[in-house]
Design a protein around this ligand. Structure first.
Ligand code: CTP
Length: 403
């Protein structure tokens, strides 16, 4: 049985020359057993006729939001509920902009808003448009909402230019669809807790000690675990990130609050992933009022006390102990330090991350990591944090879930 047998895919097609490749995409998806419903924008119909897709998909093509005949057969809300995946290929710059802004002025964009299915887009456009700040901002926004951005590939373009902007080839898109559906089963009915972001340790009502963690990796992991079918609780320090779809979020500020939330959530979880950059120390005293310069000496000392090690305490549990995963953010001797932490904290697995690398680390959208456990280590190549998160969840699931 193929990974796509009976999978319900809404294939959205927007206006672009790459729309002709989508005909082949429909054929390949159907060959693997998927049930495909095609939705075309008005622009798409300028490039290729709906009849082609009707014949290839074996289903009527949907295009109008307000077409009474189509609504009577399968209304847009039914279609939105029916979808197991919405894949938009090609996704034009215009369509990405509309999705990012949450507009719903035609059938395809309305479906995207009305559906809880995962959304994947395969951008296709002129390379200057792809590089434009507006497109970059739209893509970032979509990514933060756990939209899969597949491609674009680089190469010679229909407009005669060379660069990134070509839609991924249909066989590559099919592979990604298969991977996405395959991943969905990995953590079905498992409960996963992820800590993410920094903690803030107050000095007084207006000042605090913190660190540069953006929370992106932890949020991407929470989204990936949710996509893999898990019930996910995300315990987040102060970060400016949107909650991934379908994830339960608990906001905390400091390490003690994070510890309390983590201990409680860990009682009912199968996998605990500590991606947070917890402050190791907190000020011994928090001043009730703002500390005044005039009350301080020229040279003053700050007394700090150690925060509890959240992940180590959970790994040390005798009862209700989940599979426990830690992170090691290092600037030197990556593997040596990470192995030390794996042992010292009693973890099942540690994800070692070189935060001094140019491509990766704290604020970056990309990362490259090495996964270490008692059996050895595996390096995952540099990728967008969202893609890396899917791979990490696959590795974690393969070790944690033994059936
Ligand atoms: N961690 C935690 N609670 C803490 C400190 C860290 O749960 N109080 C977790 C982090 O979420 C991460 C792992 O422990 O998964 C590694 O954290 P790190 O700060 O890098 O390790 P330390 O033990 O603090 O080592 P060092 O400061 O020497 O690098």
């Amino acid at each position: 049985m193929s990974a796509l047998t009976d999978k319900r895919i809404v294939l959205g097609i927007s206006g672009g020359i790459a729309a002709y490749k989508s005909a082949d995409l429909v054929r390949r998806l159907r060959e693997r057993g998927a049930d495909v419903r095609v939705v075309m924008t008005r622009g798409a119909q300028e490039f290729i006729r709906p009849l082609t897709f009707q014949a290839l998909s074996g289903n009527p093509v949907h295009s109008d939001l307000l077409d009474p005949a189509a609504e009577a057969a399968m209304g847009h809300i039914e279609l939105a509920r029916w979808a197991g995946l919405i894949l938009i290929a090609p996704a034009s710059a215009q369509l990405l902009g509309k999705l990012a802004a949450g507009l719903a002025d035609d059938l395809l964009t309305t479906l995207c808003l009305a559906s809880q299915a995962p959304l994947a887009v395969a951008p296709a456009m002129n390379q200057v448009m792809w590089h434009h700040d507006a497109t970059t901002a739209n893509v970032d926004r979509l990514r933060s909402r756990a939209t899969h951005i597949w491609g674009p590939a680089a190469g010679s373009q229909a407009c005669g230019e060379i660069g990134p902007g070509r839609m991924l080839e249909p066989d590559e898109l099919v592979r990604r669809v298969e991977r996405l559906f395959g991943n969905r089963q990995l953590l079905a009915s498992r409960r996963v807790v992820v800590t993410a972001g920094p903690t803030r340790e107050a000095l007084d009502p207006v000042r605090y000690i913190s660190n540069r963690s953006s929370g992106k990796m932890g949020f991407a992991l929470a989204a990936a675990a949710q996509r893999a079918g898990a019930e996910v609780t995300l315990i987040a320090g102060p970060v400016a990130l949107a909650t991934p779809t379908g994830v339960k979020r608990i906001d905390v500020t400091n390490a003690l609050e994070m510890r309390d939330a983590a201990e409680e959530a860990a009682d009912a979880c199968d996998i605990f992933i500590a991606a947070a950059a917890v402050a190791d120390f907190r000020p011994a005293q928090v001043a009730e009022q703002k500390i005044k310069k005039s009350d301080s000496r020229d040279e003053d000392r700050l007394t700090l006390v150690k925060n509890p090690d959240i992940v180590a305490a959970i790994a040390a549990r005798r009862k209700l102990r989940p599979f426990t995963v830690g992170f090691a953010a290092e600037t030197e001797k990556l593997l040596e330090h990470a192995r030390g932490k794996l042992q010292r904290k009693g973890l099942d697995l540690i994800v070692a991350n070189d935060v001094s690398a140019a491509d990766g680390g704290f604020d970056s959208d990309r990362n490259s990591v090495t996964v270490i456990d008692a059996n050895g280590c595996e390096t995952l190549p540099s990728a967008l944090k969202t893609e890396l998160a899917d791979r990490l969840i696959t590795v974690i699931a393969s070790r944690a879930v033994q059936e």
